[in-house]
Write a protein that binds this ligand. Sequence first.
Ligand code: GAP
Length: 512
Amino acid sequence: MTQDELFKVLVAHCKEYGFIFPSSEIYDGLAAVYDYGQNGVELKNNIKSYWWAAMTRLHENIVGIDSCVFMHPKTWVASGHVAAFNDPLIDNKDSKKRYRADNLIEDYLGKIEEKIEKEVAKGRKRFGDAFNEEQFRATNPNVLREKTKYDEVHARYLEAENNNDLKAYRDIIMDCGIVCPISGTANWTDVRQFNLMFSTAISNTGASDDKIYLRPETAQGIFVEYLNVQKTGRMKIPFGIAQIGKAFRNEIVARQFIFRMREFEQMEMEFFCRPGTEMEWFNKWKENRMKWHVSLGMGAGNYRFHDHEKLAHYANAATDIEFNFPFGFKELEGIHSRTDFDLGNHQRLSGKKIQYFDPETNESYVPYCVETSIGVDRMFLAVLSHSYKMEKLEGGDSRVVLSIPAPLAPVKVAVLPLVNKDGLPEKAQEVMNELRFDFRCQYDPKDSIGKRYRRQDAIGTPFCVTIDNDTMNDNSVTVRERDTMEQKRVPIAELRSIIDKEVNMNNLLRKL
Ligand code: GAP
């Protein structure tokens, strides 16, 4: 299966098993807006709990808040979003489709990279053990030709980005012969700037000063509450404020599922520190956040840092943690050193003094800030895309299994009476009543046991517990483990501790 096909299968699987539905589907849906179903919401809540616990329980100097989506309009002037939260857009006149000009160029560069990697793979196959990759990359004419092309376009792209030069974007698109994937033509409009914030009105008068925005990031809620939290929490620098909440962006999207949505959730933490110490904290948080990801056991090789060449308007250092999604390595989380940009601007626009008196240095200053920001939905996609496996079984059978890290799984244990009679359902309910206070359980009495195992595999349930006639005599059950499919007989009295050992989130937290 190609990566592209895997992605399509994943979208279908999410719908079939109650993870994600297109929003308002009975009205044909709404582009880039999705609802989470009965299993999706559990996985999402578990991701959020893991992040929240890692931030606020493991760090005595990090506290959480929950601020509103609606904020005073000046917030977005101070943050720079009114002036600079734009994407360069271009329309194809034939298909009438709209694209981000930078994305079209990045995709073009990505294809060149793919060509280079294909050449290298061919070389590896041809030369076998004698293959010297470094030498091959430095001498193979096909690789060199593509590399030169890549470097030229990349340099022009960076310059266009740095200078915010809309004409330069279009020139690259035309010179490279980049065409619309729908119409196949290069009949493009000029490139224009498009602000990504959604707006609405706070009252019904329709006056222009009624306009407010739906927040495009949760971070600003933290900045405007900085003084309240610092004072009421008697927080001493360095300290952090964490928040999980909805954000809204009018994204121009093409078939990216929950990777890029118009309504999504962020988990953000702003860490306030003394000016001059921000790079030390930036590096600490890079390491800390990478550890959080790797602790989930989805393979350290599936993550990498990507340091920004062009910094956002508020940052003096920035990196992304990228994940190996089915469509390649892409941003999962951003870590930014935001300087005193936000607090400084809020101080200026609000006229309120936002300063910290540092008893160690006897100085007052606007604190500097290091931010970690991860999309809940993107994290969800990372977990699902990594977990989805189609396996061939002995005897020609096959199964689809989601090997979701056990502490994040929507259902932790399924309780299955082998037959729906002879007192087995009642015994199964007894087991459910034992386990339901510690774990999310699902009771399933219908169909053959094989079919029931498949249903649980498909939603990633780590354990199935089967109640059979022997259970009635000896109080033992069969426990089947999801990934190995191994079964073992255990006393009911031991079930809780066997399951807990694998699914308890504290086991992950202890690794951090
Ligand atoms: N406060 C900083 C900030 O918002 P960002 O890089 O624009 O930075 C942070 O966003 C994270 O939010 C991203 O790494 C990504 O995981 C997630 N994110 C951003 N836009 C998104 C979208 N349209 N849909 C889903 N997730 C998104």
